[in-house]
Design a binder for this molecule. Structure first.
Ligand SMILES: [Zn+2]
Length: 337
């Protein structure tokens, strides 16, 4: 067969194979391909379809040195990051995002969803910079840009108009943070309105605390079902799940699955962000696992790069990554055990 390239000796599903390419696509996978084509030796390296990172903030990546960490709380992370955002320039965002993306690609990530903050303080700078990065890395990674309202919407409708403009300018999808809005349910509805208008998906940051009551999930489910948005809705973080009784988690899991709402959990971030109550966090993964096994809802777990220490409120260094560290290594797309 006419092949353009052969990668020899790659490990795939426990066996060693040659992979042949034709016109940029995989044309053959065999134990040994005898063809006259340029060869690259994989030397037993793993071959796989690539990682997908379903939740990253490329616009806020690598700003640890710009944020003081004194309390190690979620509130401090949010306020510190918001303050740092005011100093972002398009060039600055571009340089940091491109650096992270290059590392992610080299580690095997080929699909990624990044949030881009759009509001009167960030302007359109995050979206502008990430749009350029997306085009520059299009050969290596499919990057979706989710423009989103990190700091509320109903109390600052300028943000709504800016999100509308960003979507018209080519943003892939839209998101919000209901917990940061004085009217969370209206916030959710407004984000859905924008998605309907522009024909995009939605992705929410949801339930950032360990109080099992007051979840915004029911509001998202209502809008999803009323607008027939199943399969086009994602929610991330959702820390309240770790504080709920297992039966309630399973019930929510079934409702998410039935409605077609996907979940991204970020347990590494949560460990840092929910300080000083780290003892409340360990059940999270087991409850997440039960959620997955009970309902089959699409679930991703994003693990942040280790070794970026945060500081807990008791003053001790935490081995968990700081909430301000947006650098992400890679993430499995669906599975998690
Ligand atoms: Zn996030």
């Amino acid at each position: 067969m006419p092949l353009d390239l052969i990668i020899s000796g790659a490990r795939l599903d426990g066996r060693t194979v040659d992979i042949g390419f034709e016109a940029g696509r995989i044309a053959a996978i065999e134990a040994h391909i005898a063809a006259d084509a340029p060869r690259t030796e994989a030397l037993g390296a793993l071959a796989f379809p690539g990682f997908a990172d379903s939740h990253i903030h490329l616009d806020k990546a690598c700003i640890l040195e710009r944020c003081a960490i004194c309390e190690g709380t979620l509130a401090e992370a949010i306020s510190g990051t918001a303050a740092a955002k005011a100093g972002f320039t398009v060039e600055d965002i571009h340089a940091r995002a491109a650096g992270v993306l290059a590392k992610a690609v080299l580690h095997g990530t080929n699909r990624m969803r990044s949030f881009a903050e759009v509001d009167p303080r960030a302007g359109m700078r995050c979206f502008e910079a990430l749009s350029a990065v997306k085009a520059e890395f299009a050969h290596a990674v499919d990057l979706d840009i989710c423009v989103f309202a990190q700091e509320g919407l109903t109390q600052e409708m300028d943000t709504h108009a800016m999100l509308d403009r960003a979507l018209a300018a080519g943003a892939d999808l839209v998101g919000g943070c209901p917990y940061a809005d004085p009217d969370p349910e209206r916030h959710i509805a407004l984000v859905f309105d924008l998605a309907e208008k522009h024909g995009t998906m939605v992705d929410f940051h949801l339930d950032f605390d360990l109080d099992p009551t007051g979840s915004a999930i029911p509001a998202v489910l209502r809008e999803t079902e009323a607008r027939k948005f199943g399969g086009r809705v994602s929610i991330g973080h959702v820390s309240k799940l770790s504080a709920m009784a297992p039966g309630e988690v399973r019930q929510i899991g079934r409702r998410l699955a039935d409605a077609g709402v996907a979940l991204t959990a970020l347990p590494g971030n949560r460990l840092a962000e929910t300080a000083p109550t780290p003892k409340a966090e360990p059940p999270f993964q087991s409850r997440l696992t039960s959620l997955v096994s009970a309902c089959g809802a699409p679930v991703a777990r994003v693990n942040r790069a280790p070794g970026v220490p945060g500081r807990r409120q008791d003053g001790r260094r935490s081995s968990q990554p700081s909430a301000k560290s947006s650098f992400c290594r890679t993430a499995g797309e669906i599975t998690i055990g």
